[in-house]
Design a protein around this ligand. Structure first.
Ligand code: SAM
Length: 272
C-alpha cells in the first residue's frame, strides 16, 4: 500500500494524532449534534488511556502495529514504554519520522509480511486488526512475541452476518477471529465491549455530513446545473451510479446499523 488516502484525509482535516473512533465514558449524556472537533480529539485521547489500562504489568516493549499518525505511540512512550511502530503507509512513515525527529523505529510493511528480528512483550493493534489477514496476522504475532507475550487488539468485528450490509465488509468475523486466535496458540485473557463508548463519534460524523456536506453538494449541483446545463448532464451521466453506490455506504455512518452487525471490542490475548 502506498498511501491510504481516506486515513490521510481524516488526519489532515481533523488534525488529530489519532485515527480511531475515540472513547466516550458516558455516551448516553452526550448531545452528538453539539460535539466539536476538540471534543472528538479529547475522546480519542481518552480511548488510548482506557486501552492502555489493559496492558499487563510485565510489559516493557511494545510494537504498535498499524500506528497511523503516532498518537498512541506518543502516549505510550510518554508512559515509559519502549515503542516501535509499523505501518505499510508511506504518508504515515513520513509523518512519524517528522513527529519523532526520526527517533521512533518505523517498519514500513504490512504486518503479514513483517519479519521480526527481535521479540516484543506486546503487540498493539488499535483499530488495525481489521486490516490484517487473520491467519497470517496471528502467525506473525507468534514470531514477534516473546513466550507469554501479549496481543492487545481493539477493533470492530462482525457478529451478525445474516443480511447484506456494507458493515459486513472490511471487518473480520468475530467468531473466525477468536477461533483462529485459539488455534494459533493465543489465550483470551480479557475482553471488553466498547461499542456504546465509541458510537457518539459515528453519530457526530453523520450529523456533520447531513449538516454541511449534503447542503454544500446540493448547492454545487444547483449552481453547475444553472450555469452549465450541458456539463451538468455530462457529469450526471458519468457519475450517477458511482454517487448512488457511495450513498449506500452512508449506512456505515449510522450507529444503529453498526450495532446491528458489529461490536467494537477490546481483546487481550496471551501467547501460550
Ligand atoms: C484506522 S488506522 C488506526 C491507526 C492507529 N492505530 C490509531 O489507533 O490511531 C489503521 C492503521 O492500520 C494500518 N494498516 C493497514 N493495513 C495494514 C496491514 N496489513 N498491516 C499493518 N497495518 C496496516 C493503516 O495504515 C493505519 O495505520
Amino acid at each position: 500500500m502506498a498511501i491510504d488516502h481516506v486515513l490521510k484525509l481524516y488526519s489532515e482535516t481533523i488534525q488529530s494524532p489519532y485515527l480511531h473512533y475515540g472513547f466516550w465514558d458516558d455516551p448516553k449524556t452526550i448531545d452528538t449534534n453539539l460535539l466539536s472537533i476538540e471534543d472528538i480529539v479529547n475522546a480519542q485521547g481518552r480511548y488510548i488511556e482506557h486501552l492502555a489500562s489493559f496492558i499487563p504489568e510485565d510489559v516493557k516493549n511494545i510494537i504498535d502495529v498499524g500506528c497511523g499518525v503516532g498518537g498512541n505511540a506518543a502516549y505510550l512512550k510518554e508512559k515509559g514504554y519502549l515503542i516501535d511502530v509499523l505501518s505499510p503507509d508511506a504518508y504515515q512513515e513520513e509523518f512519524i519520522k517528522n513527529k519523532f525527529n526520526g527517533e521512533m523505529k518505523f517498519f514500513k510493511t504490512k504486518f503479514e509480511d513483517f519479519n521480526p528480528n527481535n521479540t516484543y512483550d506486546m503487540i498493539l493493534e488499535s483499530e488495525s486488526a481489521c486490516y490484517i489477514k487473520i491467519n497470517e496476522g496471528f502467525s506473525v504475532a507468534r514470531r514477534a512475541l516473546r513466550e507469554g507475550g501479549y496481543l492487545l487488539a481493539a477493533d470492530y468485528f462482525v457478529y451478525n452476518f445474516e443480511d447484506q450490509s456494507p458493515h459486513l465488509k472490511s471487518s473480520h468475523r468475530m467468531d473466525e477471529y477468536l477461533n483462529t486466535a485459539k488455534s494459533s496458540g493465543f489465550q483470551l485473557l480479557k475482553e471488553y465491549d466498547q461499542t456504546e463508548n465509541t458510537m457518539p463519534t459515528l453519530d457526530a460524523a453523520l450529523h456533520f455530513i447531513n449538516r454541511f456536506i449534503f447542503p454544500t453538494a446540493e448547492y454545487l449541483q444547483y449552481s453547475v446545473q444553472r450555469k452549465n446545463p450541458y456539463i451538468y448532464r455530462l457529469i450526471k451521466s458519468v457519475f450517477e451510479k458511482k454517487v448512488s453506490k457511495k450513498m449506500d455506504q452512508l449506512d456505515l455512518m449510522k450507529s444503529d446499523e453498526f450495532r446491528k452487525y458489529r461490536k467494537y471490542m477490546i481483546y487481550l490475548f496471551q501467547k501460550v
